[in-house]
Write a protein that binds this ligand. Structure first.
Ligand code: AMP
Ligand code: MG
Length: 328
């Protein structure tokens, strides 16, 4: 029989019900400040296998593990290096994930057979309460199927996972809207594996120089069904965007420009979707806008580029990945 998927308000009783579902080896979707997560008890290999199955996620892509308290980090890793302590004190709970040597209790299915584990503490009261009541660390991949954008609303999760899980806790829109920054702290200087909610500048101000690993532009994971491209950030960027838009629409294809609120006037009545008033709102809205463009069957999405500093670098990293590196 197909499971019925319920969206639940985050009352005390409902959070307790979801924690029980987790303790019984079930999966629960819940809000975090980055995107909605699909949780399972991280020490239960069978439950974690279900996460891979439900998401259609390749088994060689390890999962991030979330804990509710700083002191719980010591239970899932072998040792916490000095610089990691500084980052934990400064940025956790928050959109920062640290890669450390894994403790025995974390099964190899979580880490794609590797001996490291990626750990974070979500900055969301509902998530923290749920994890605390589940009495365990919880895996927290995004609660979408692999071909869809990361969900930033409970309804997005329902669209993707209807019939596959019993409960979705509704915490409203995810505050940040893009994923966490991942730092490998097993080496010194530490290495940034993915830029996200916490910026490189913030990390370097806490622990000094860090290396940055270039993210692979692999055609894997979610790609919008519209052809996504984004403009290099420069003076007169709007001229490149309008030229591209006109070229595409002249071929009889539909296109939409994603731009900051203040820039709408630059596009002279061409079809636009606004991303918000600043880069923080752009990050917050990006995945929801791509879902909307997919639902409205646009052939092409042309996104404005951004100044590559602070949250702007995290946005650019997402745009490069989502567009397969298609820059105009
Ligand atoms: P997602 O769940 O889609 O946000 O993806 C989690 C990200 O964390 C992926 O890019 C993984 O490669 C990365 N990750 C998870 N665990 C580890 C680990 N032990 N070492 C390095 N990266 C990891
Ligand atoms: Mg994801």
């Amino acid at each position: 029989m197909k499971t019925k998927t319920l969206i639940l308000q985050p009352t005390k009783e409902n959070i307790a019900l979801c924690a029980e579902e987790l303790r019984n080896g079930g999966l629960v979707a819940f809000p975090t400040e980055t995107v909605y997560a699909l949780g399972a008890v991280a020490t239960n290999a069978v439950a974690v296998e279900k996460v891979f199955e439900v998401k259609g996620r390749p088994s060689d892509k390890p999962l991030i593990v979330a804990v509710a308290r700083k002191s719980d980090i010591d239970n899932v890793v072998k040792a916490v290096p000095q610089k990691a302590r500084v980052l934990i004190d400064k940025f956790m709970p928050g959109a920062l994930t640290l890669v450390m040597k894994k403790a025995e209790c974390i099964p190899s299915v979580v880490t794609a057979c590797g001996d490291s584990v990626a750990v974070r503490i979500p900055n969301n009261e509902i998530a923290l309460k749920l994890i605390e009541l589940s009495d365990s660390p919880v895996v927290v991949p995004s609660a979408n199927t692999s071909e869809k954008a990361s969900p930033t609303l409970a309804e997005h999760v329902k669209d993707d996972l209807e019939g596959k899980i019993r409960y979705i806790l509704d915490g409203g829109a995810s505050e940040i809207g893009i994923e966490s920054t991942i730092v490998d702290v097993r080496c010194d200087p530490p290495v940034i594996l993915r830029v996200g909610g916490v910026t490189v500048e913030q990390i370097e101000s806490a622990i000094g120089h860090v290396e940055t690993k270039r993210e692979d532009v692999k055609l894997s994971g979610y790609m919008p069904s519209a052809e996504l491209m984004f403009a290099a950030y420069c003076d007169g960027m709007e001229r490149n965007i309008t030229a591209k838009y006109d070229e595409i629409t002249a071929r009889g294809k539909s296109a939409v420009i994603c731009c900051l609120d203040n820039n709408v006037g630059l596009y002279n009545g061409r079809t636009v979707m606004t991303v918000g008033k600043d880069y923080t709102e752009y990050a917050h809205n990006l995945f929801a806008l791509l879902r909307k463009a997919d639902a409205e069957h646009f052939d092409a999405v042309i996104a404005e580029g951004v100044n590559p500093s602070g949250i702007g670098s995290s946005l650019i990293a997402r745009l490069i990945k989502l567009s397969g590196g298609y820059i105009i």
